[in-house]
Design a protein. Structure first.
Length: 728
């Protein structure tokens, strides 16, 4: 028995070593190992063999087979509590997802695997994961994260002296240097990659490195050398059965022929590349072929063909980038993504607890921060279009449309509350939440809040009452967003669990002083109440009480947990009284500083102050840019638009602006680097206020770049906050 076990281990080790030069031999050895596993009932070794075979099929472009093998191996690894084995299989599944354009799930599985590898100090696989994360970030336009991941991959590879993995990251970095115009550094980096591949005799990896050299030569217009590089890479890829590399190289060779007016050759390689993409479902490259075909037919004045490929390109791009913003309202795609995100947040919490027990808190914080950043950008970007349009429509609605628009705004606010619950929970846990204090006309604020939630109460046939102490001061310094979130969770919860009777919000002054008041906020209801033994449970994360009355109520299970944390952020605490079957009372006290009698949102004064100013809007999302320009034009603001940070940098050198509104995550050059360029390079806007306009709630925590911004405005854009920023 031990002899067979040793034989299986030897076969699997030989197969993994052979993968860099003879993939067919690797598959043959692994299948031989699988036969021995089945004959001897070695399930743990079988899991390892399935995982390795999954990797080899991934390289060959057999994505479905690879995915199925990985799932089988995970089932077996979990049976033996083998975390490392699970991580290996999840790494393979991540490749299946991001190579078929499901970047979100690709990142999720890569981060899952990375947590385990870091826990095990497995630097070989840490390097592989970081390199793959860099690839995903690079393709989706987040260059800063991409570079950091590639550097992390190099650092990990050096710890185990793995020249192959180090070379892989250098190859990808070279491509970014080309894109940024730093050709000398790109050539230096790719030559280092090639030297390492030759030293280790990694034939498959050498093909990718030679392809990288071809890209450098193409950038320098050294067409003869580039053509030779690409043809050599194609020859090796064909020999090794590497489908992704083959598709990539055909694309670059077609681009070379396009640039040198050899159109027939360009079409030939495009056709071959598209056939490979369709045959092996390599979506990540397909979009480039379609766009190049469109460009060729456009210059040939073949309008029918050009239109055909443009439509195919736009369809593929829409599929890749998920920009169907307005369909979110129509088909509830956003809500589905919310639920998936809620589950993923729960998984992240469980993983973090495990890591904390192993003294890995710093590592866990970084992973959760990456998750927070990615998810907030993914969800908030499309929602920005929906909420901004709803706000604009509500300014001068037709009478018959008012009810529809009010309902749309309410639905947007409800979705936004779900998002805030999930994202703020993680941010509060990381200690990265702070108060944004502004002067507020408190009575107007509370009445506006009441108007919002009475719709929800009316739909249930119950009454929502508001009682405001007449001695309440007119203006206080508060964080309206967080107070709204606290009261929204409490009132929304009470409405949810009250079927007969009423919900009441009472605001009362307990103590008065010259500069501040202590104010009591109390939410009471006549709902189902909470059993005594469950009262403390309601403040736990993901808690939804399971008694017969409440189990049918939906929600994230985060609302009251976040409410408790937000009240603690105000240096206070929440109190609860409840009688099961009769109702509940939630209350908290806040020390509120009094403020001057200032109307911050005076529409007339605002419009006169900003009329005619010139704003540079830097935004790569076409729909969000269109909406922002329409909003600014209503205020008679002159708007200049740049679709990325590089164009913004160029515009700042020739035109003086009064304000710059800067998106953060953009292709070619992101908002961080663009802001740094404007602040540090010679131009006309070194002192111009720059406001980060972003869907990434972690953007303002980037300490390397946040000093270049005056402030950050979060998407979905709150119009009142934009007004305050422009008036400042």
């Amino acid at each position: 028995m031990q002899e067979i076990k040793a034989q299986i281990n030897t076969l699997l080790e030989k197969s993994y070593t052979a993968r860099i030069s003879n993939l067919d031999f690797s598959i043959e050895l692994t299948k031989e190992a699988l036969v021995l596993c089945n004959d001897g009932n070695f399930e743990h070794l079988k899991a390892r063999a399935l995982s390795q075979l999954s990797l080899y099929y991934m390289i060959l472009g057999k994505y479905d087979e690879s995915y199925n093998l990985s799932q089988k191996s995970i089932h077996l690894f979990e049976k033996f509590n083998d975390e490392k084995g699970v991580a290996d299989a999840k790494y393979n599944i991540a490749g299946f997802y991001y190579k078929t354009n499901n970047f979100q799930m690709g990142v999720v599985y890569l981060i899952d695997a990375l947590i385990i590898y870091k826990k095990e100090n497995d630097f070989h696989n840490i390097s592989r994961c970081e390199k793959s994360l860099g690839t995903v970030y690079d393709f989706t336009g987040d260059e800063q994260k991409s570079i950091q991941s590639y550097k992390n991959a190099i650092k990990a590879a050096k710890k185990v002296n793995d020249l192959n993995l180090e070379s892989n990251a250098y190859n990808n970095l070279s491509g970014i240097y080309i894109r940024n115009g730093n050709i000398d550094l790109a050539r230096e980096t790719i030559e280092k990659s090639i030297a390492y591949k030759q030293k280790t005799q990694d034939i498959r990896g050498l093909a990718f490195a030679i392809y990288g050299r071809g890209k450098v030569n193409l950038a320098e217009k050294k067409y003869t050398e580039a053509e030779a590089n690409f043809k050599q890479a194609i020859s090796i890829h064909n020999e090794m059965g590497e489908k992704l590399g083959l598709a990539m190289t055909h694309n670059k060779l077609a681009k070379l022929y396009f640039e040198t007016d050899q159109i027939d050759l360009a079409k030939e390689h495009l056709k071959t590349g598209l056939e490979i993409c369709d045959l092996y479902n390599i979506s990540i490259i397909k979009i480039k072929f379609l766009h190049l075909f469109y460009s060729i037919y456009k210059i040939e004045n073949d309008h029918t063909k050009a239109l055909e490929y443009l439509e195919l390109y736009l369809k593929e791009k829409e599929s890749v980038l998920n920009v169907q913003n307005f369909k979110i309202i129509e088909n509830y795609d956003l809500l589905v993504r919310m639920q998936a995100m809620q589950k993923e947040a729960e998984f992240q919490q469980e993983k973090t607890k495990i890591i904390a027990k192993s003294n890995k808190t710093e590592q866990a914080a970084r992973v959760r921060q990456e998750f927070l950043s990615t998810m907030s950008h993914e969800i908030r970007t499309p929602l920005n279009a929906v909420t901004t349009i709803a706000s604009m429509l509500s300014e001068n609605p037709h009478h018959e449309d008012r009810v529809l628009i009010d309902s749309l705004k309410f639905s947007c606010n409800h979705l936004m509350q779900i998002i805030n619950d999930i994202l703020d929970f993680t941010k509060l846990d990381l200690g990265k939440m702070s108060l944004d204090i502004q002067s507020s006309k408190i009575r107007l604020f509370l009445e506006s809040f009441w108007n919002t939630y009475q719709i929800q109460a009316n739909e249930k046939g119950i009454e929502f009452k508001l009682k405001i102490d007449p001695t309440l001061f007119e203006y206080y310094l508060i964080d309206e967003t967080k107070i709204t979130q606290i009261l929204g969770n409490l009132v929304g919860n009470s409405i949810k669990f009250t079927d007969i009777g009423s919900v009441k919000l009472e605001v009362k002054v307990l103590e008065q002083a010259s500069d501040q008041d202590i104010v009591l906020f109390k939410v009471s209801d006549t709902g189902v109440g909470i059993e005594k033994e469950n009262i403390n449970q309601v403040f736990e994360s993901f808690s939804q009480l399971k008694n017969g009355i409440t189990r049918k109520k939906d929600g994230t299970g985060l609302g009251l947990s976040i409410t408790k944390k937000l009240i603690e952020l105000h240096e206070s605490e929440i109190n609860i009284q409840s009688i099961f079957g009769k109702g509940s009372i939630f209350s908290f006290e806040l020390k509120l500083k009094k403020s001057e009698n200032i109307e911050l949102n005076s529409q007339i004064n605002f419009l006169s102050e900003i009329k005619g100013i010139k704003v540079l809007l830097v935004e790569d999302n076409a729909i969000n840019a269109m909406i922002a320009k329409k909003l600014l034009s209503k205020w008679e603001i002159i708007t200049d638009h740049a679709i990325n940070g590089l164009i913004a940098t160029e515009k700042s050198q020739t035109t003086k602006y009064d304000y710059i509104l800067m998106d953060i995550h953009m292709p070619i050059l992101d908002g961080y680097q663009a802001a740094k360029n404007i602040r540090t390079l010679e131009n006309l806007n070194k002192e111009t206020p720059i406001f980060g306009l972003t869907a990434d709630i972690a953007a303002k925590d980037n300490n390397d770049y946040n000093s270049y911004f005056n402030d950050f405005l979060l998407k979905p854009l709150e119009i009142d906050k934009l007004k305050i920023a422009l008036r400042s």
